[in-house]
Every structure is written in C-alpha cells, then in structure tokens.
Design a binder for this molecule. Structure first.
Ligand SMILES: NC(=O)c1ccc[n+]([C@@H]2O[C@H](COP(=O)([O-])OP(=O)(O)OC[C@H]3O[C@@H](n4cnc5c(N)ncnc54)[C@H](O)[C@@H]3O)[C@@H](O)[C@H]2O)c1
Length: 317
C-alpha cells in the first residue's frame, strides 16, 4: 500500500554530508534509502539507523542505472576531496556525468524532485570576490581538478536540460567548504588535516604562505540550507556556505589554540590549481530560503575536534 511518508533516496548517503542528511530526515520521521558504493563512505556513519523500519541501505554505483520508487532524490554521490577525486579522475568524471544522468533518468521515470550537490569549485579560481551565483567561473578544463570542477558543471547543465526538456523539478546547491564530525581523517582537507596533525602532536602543514583564504561552514548549517532548498520552489543554483573568511593560517592558529598551542608549522609548496580565495555571496540564499549560517568557526571546531579525538582514540586502542 502506498505510504504517505516522503520516500527519500540519498546517493552518497554513507558519506560525510550524506550521513548527516540521513540523520536529519530520519529524525523528521521520513523514509530514507541510503545508496552508496563505499568509496569514501562508511557504514559506521549510518550504523544507528540500520534495522530501523524507515531505513534501507543499497550498495550500488551511480554510474549504473537503478530502478526505485521514491519521491525525492538527494544526489550527493561523488568523492569531494582532492585526494579522493584525483585517485581515479576518469571515474570521478564518470560519477559526475553518468551518475547525474542516471539519477535524472530515475527522477523523470518516477516524477521525483532531484537535488544536485554541486560545489563552489564550479567557480574555479575566481576573479570575482565573493562569488555570486551569476558569476560564470574561471575553470581550467585540463587541470588536475577539472575532473571534479568540470564534472559538476556538466552535472548542473544536465539538470537544467532535464528541467527545460521534461519539466523535471531540480534543485542545485553550490556547496562551499563544509566541515564537521565524520569527515575522513585522511581526506587531505584543511580542517581535518590540521585537527588530525594537532591531535597526533605533529607540526601543522601550511601550503604556500597560508594567506590563501577560505570560508568554513559547519555541517548542521549546510544540511539546514539543503533541506530548505529541496522544500522550496526555487531551483537554484544557490550558494550555501559561511561567508566569514579566514586565511588558512588563521584556521591553523585556532586549531593549535584549541588542541596544543606549542605545535610548530611546516611549509610546503602550494598544489597546482589551488584557488587563492573562495567566499560565498549568500544574499540569494538569504532572500530565497531565509537561510544564513548560525554556527561560528570557533563553535563548530569544538564538536569536530572532539569527534576526531574519539576516532583517533578508538583507532589507537
Ligand atoms: N564537504 C564539502 O565541503 C563539499 C563541498 C562542495 C561540494 N560537496 C559535494 O557534496 C557531496 C558530498 O560530499 P561529502 O563531503 O559528503 O563527501 P564524501 O566523500 O564523504 O561523500 C561522498 C559519498 O559518495 C559515495 N560515492 C562516491 N562515488 C560514488 C559512486 N560512483 N556511486 C555511489 N556512491 C559513490 C562515497 O562512497 C561517499 O559516501 C559531493 O557530491 C560533493 O561534491 C561537498
């Protein structure tokens, strides 16, 4: 018998953001199908829902089509950190293109609304600062990040072509750097790098001069923005991120202060194509979704550090 509860498919549901989204929708009493190939996702992230009648797990790769009956598709499946998406760049591009194509096909077949997790990386190394959604980007199509940046750009264009051609309901969120519990300790992202190094008592690695800037959004704020976008009528693309800007050195200083102020730095050269500055313009999100972040970097670092402390403690045990 058809149920009146919303049936959600979350691709990449065992990953960092996907598992927090699973938590939120499950806590709201909805049905969740968590689909993942476990490339960077972990069953531990969704362990607490296994056995719950509203929760199902499917091991599947989004580059292959799948048939399911769902109302909403939250399409997050794609490795997100450079170490993971550069591990097999051709696979990353396939995941973005074919994965999005397959999920759009599924959405069309069952009349589901689809939200694509896109990225601030579609702006490349921006000449405009901060970046509004109307900025078309400055992406190197042949660089080592292009499998990801260009992959997300074609994924966005596929979504809008499905909307124009088939009237599909799509939502596109452009996610800026997000951090929080359940990031992988070895994912090479700056927040997890600094925290893991500090907890292990190692020097903090600074790439370049450390004055390149980033904005850091706490995961709970991000998930709230994602849910508002899915529930609302605005298709996007829409930036979700925390506009407060910090240099990488300032972030490292905060982590040192919270974990171990006596740790030294080591300097390494900046990787190729690393953007100098990235900061969201969130005026559209504020206007269309009534959304703005509420967790400061100091507040968000505390639960993140304590989660990594537990994880490293368990691994060492
Ligand atoms: N975390 C961020 O700061 C950030 C920033 C911008 C965009 N995003 C986007 O948000 C989404 C989730 O990112 P995350 O930070 O949770 O990363 P993550 O690596 O933790 O999660 C990605 C999930 O997708 C799964 N996956 C990868 N390839 C797959 C495939 N072919 N088939 C099925 N599952 C697959 C992984 O196993 C993992 O569980 C990604 O699409 C990413 O591009 C994240």
């Amino acid at each position: 018998m058809p149920s009146s509860i919303t049936r959600n498919l979350i691709t990449g549901g065992a990953g960092f953001l996907g598992s927090h989204l699973c938590d939120r929708l499950m806590e709201d009493g909805e049905e969740v199908i968590c689909l993942d190939n476990y490339f960077t996702g972990r069953k531990a992230n969704i362990l607490k829902w296994i056995g719950h009648p509203n929760f199902e797990i499917i091991r599947h790769d989004v580059t292959d089509p799948i048939k399911l009956e769902v109302d909403r598709i939250w399409h997050l499946a794609c490795p997100a950190s450079p170490v993971h998406y550069q591990f097999n760049p051709v696979k990353t591009a396939k995941t973005s293109f074919l994965g999005t194509y397959n999920m759009l096909g599924l959405a069309r077949r069952v009349g589901a609304r689809l939200l694509l997790a896109s990225t601030s990386e579609v702006y490349g190394d921006p000449e405009v600062h901060p970046q509004p959604e109307s900025y078309l980007g400055c992406v190197n199509p042949i660089g080592i990040r292009s499998c990801y940046d260009e992959g997300k750009r074609i994924a966005e264009s596929l979504c809008f072509d499905y909307q124009r051609m088939h009237g599909l309901e799509v939502r596109i969120i452009r996610i800026f750097n997000t951090y929080g519990p359940r990031m992988l300790p070895d994912d090479g992202r700056v927040v997890s790098n600094f925290i893991v190094q500090a907890l292990k008592g190692e020097p903090l690695t600074l790439y370049g001069d450390g004055i390149q800037s980033r904005s850091f959004c706490f995961v709970d704020d991000l998930i709230e923005g994602m849910i508002r976008l899915m529930n609302g009528s605005y298709s996007g693309p829409i930036n979700i991120g925390n506009p407060e800007e910090f240099t990488i050195r300032q972030l490292g200083e905060k982590v040192r202060l919270l974990v171990n102020p006596s740790l030294p730095w080591i300097n390494l050269p900046l990787p190729d194509d690393d953007p100098r500055q990235r900061q969201p313009d969130i005026s559209l999100a504020t206007r269309e979704l009534g959304w703005s972040p509420s967790v400061t970097l100091d507040q968000g670092l505390l639960p993140t550090i304590s989660w990594f402390r537990d994880l490293l403690g368990r691994n060492l045990a």
